[in-house]
Design a protein around this ligand. Structure first.
Ligand code: ZN
Length: 107
């Protein structure tokens, strides 16, 4: 990522890895954790601040496999694994934008 954050006209935050898609909040039902996932490249951040840290992301499938939510070679039962809570908005991450001095770019 650079030192800027792309935000669409509705205030939805774009992926900081590749700016290729918007970031969604995904609830992991078995753990109750919420992770932050790009809708396009599936870059995944486990907390909202790490969205602003260089290279602090992992692929979604690798991540949920690493914590035992899916098994390689088995078809995931997505309805029991995740729930999509909608997009991440600029107001959700405003504290971290300020803390890291990120420039907001409206697209
Ligand atoms: Zn992405």
């Amino acid at each position: 990522m650079g030192d800027s954050l792309f935000v669409d006209k509705n205030g939805v935050v774009y992926c900081t890895s590749f700016e290729d898609g918007r970031i969604e909040k995904i609830l992991l039902k078995k753990t109750g954790d919420i992770v932050f996932v790009c809708e396009e490249c599936e870059s995944t951040w486990t907390d909202p601040e790490s969205i602003f840290m260089k290279n602090d992301f992992i692929g979604f499938m690798d991540y949920i496999e690493s914590i035992g939510l899916i098994e390689r070679g088995k078809a995931p039962d997505w309805d029991n694994i995740i729930s999509n809570l909608g997009y991440v908005y600029i107001n959700d991450v405003k504290d971290f934008v300020d803390k890291h001095g990120v420039e907001i770019v409206r697209v």
